[in-house]
Design a protein. Structure first.
Length: 147
């Protein structure tokens, strides 16, 4: 009888701890989805160092931040579309990236490649296309004016 009582106490304690951990995870997720106030400036700063030649970017468009689930986590995302120069000076063609934000700050840029196999990159490429498909894009002239 004592064993049964002891097992019941441990089981209830474990359930309470699991519920507390779930609540804490939910609070952390809510805090992680803070609106990125300076998203344009942060993206420009990243693109200055990310692009081989940040001068004379063409056809730059950006969406407003929206809360979406990417890779199983809810966060603010921004769709970014542009045509930048390659290192040889020629234009590379239109690229579409997803910029992820966490706690109101830029977390990473998802630059999908389109491989033939079913890899993480292929999954990310499909997610970028899916997220950007229904986001309204507006001209991003600041990116076109980078020097």
């Amino acid at each position: 009888m004592k064993r049964l009582l002891l097992i019941s106490v441990f089981a209830l304690t474990g359930c309470a701890q699991i519920a507390a951990l779930r609540d804490e995870a939910a609070r952390n997720e809510q805090t992680a989805t803070v609106y990125p106030q300076n998203y344009r400036a942060e993206i420009l700063s990243l693109m200055r160092s990310y692009l081989n030649d940040p001068r004379q970017v063409r056809d730059a468009f950006i969406s407003e931040p929206q809360v979406r689930t990417f890779d199983g986590v809810r966060r603010y995302v921004v769709c970014l579309r542009y045509n930048a120069r390659k290192s040889d000076g020629r234009y590379a063609g239109i690229k579409e990236n997803l910029v992820l934000f966490r706690f109101g700050r830029l977390e990473r840029l998802v630059d999908p490649v389109r491989p033939a196999s079913e890899t993480r990159e292929a999954r990310e490429a499909a997610e970028v296309r899916e997220h950007c498909r229904d986001m309204e894009l507006k001209p991003f002239s600041e990116l076109e004016k980078l020097s």
